[in-house]
Design a protein around this ligand. Structure first.
Ligand SMILES: [Mg+2]
Length: 247
């Protein structure tokens, strides 16, 4: 969604709740734990037949394996949507929005689908979410697509602001375990109830064509893929930790 760099608030498509900008240091620390050794090589897991047999992509699917579940945000994480066209043509349109893919989004999505269970949870509206998902993901490749209706609204008593929160524990009823679940999101406040599951990415505003956040994220996820409990891993400043760990 179009955002102005000088403001601290912005509005997501189809959502009336304003959200604070992501701050990589804005949430409590989890107990620091060393990263697992670097996985020697990415081992793509071919899709199973059962995945191909999945019904409509927007129906919640029961977890069938202990693969890590990625809960992906859309706006400013995988795409940037604007009511007005930027200085270049949009990659696609969703409702009335001009939508720009984040650099390397297609590669990241292919990587994610090959290695993890993947769902989308955006605090934007349902119809916008469905349009963006249809443009980004292969048909029936997602475990679920959740939008603002699934968010919980809570009030920040410091600012008086109402905020959308994504309570990941709602996914437990579908067989997913919090210990094997990661949220990829540019807005930390959305995950105030599950900071231990959050990998906060830098927001993408559609302008930086050299943005390599998703490439870095792939390298980081390789390291978390086999962690029995991702909630115990300190994930703040993950880029710096990744750089230090790389040879
Ligand atoms: Mg976002």
């Amino acid at each position: 969604m179009e955002t102005h760099a000088s403001t601290l608030l912005w509005r997501h498509p189809g959502c009336q709740i304003q959200q604070g900008r992501c701050n990589d240091s804005a949430w409590p620390a989890t107990a620091p734990q060393p990263l697992a050794p670097l996985v020697p090589a990415m081992r793509p897991c071919p899709r199973t037949d059962s995945r191909h047999d999945m019904p409509a992509p927007h129906a919640t699917q029961e977890a069938s394996t202990d693969r890590l579940l990625l809960v992906l945000d859309l706006d400013e994480t995988l795409v940037h949507a604007s009511e007005v066209e930027l200085d270049r043509a949009a990659d696609f349109r969703a409702l009335s929005y001009h939508v720009y893919r984040r650099p390397h989004a297609e590669r990241f999505i292919a990587y994610a689908l090959a290695n993890f269970d993947v769902g989308v949870w955006t605090s934007s509206g349902r119809f916008y979410a469905e349009a963006v998902v249809a443009a980004l993901f292969p048909p029936q490749s997602l475990r679920f697509v959740w939008s603002s209706e699934r968010c919980s609204i809570s009030r920040d008593w410091t600012t008086g602001e109402y905020l959308n929160r994504k309570r990941l524990k709602k996914l437990k009823r579908d067989g997913y375990r919090l210990e094997r679940m990661l949220a990829i999101d540019d807005t930390a406040s959305k995950h105030a109830y599950n900071y231990g599951n959050l990998v906060c990415v830098r927001e993408y505003l559609g302008e930086d064509e050299s943005d390599d956040e998703l490439l870095r994220l792939m390298a980081y996820l390789d390291r978390l893929a086999h962690e029995p409990n991702v909630r115990t891993i300190e994930k703040r400043r993950w880029r710096e930790r990744l750089s230090l760990a790389m040879p």
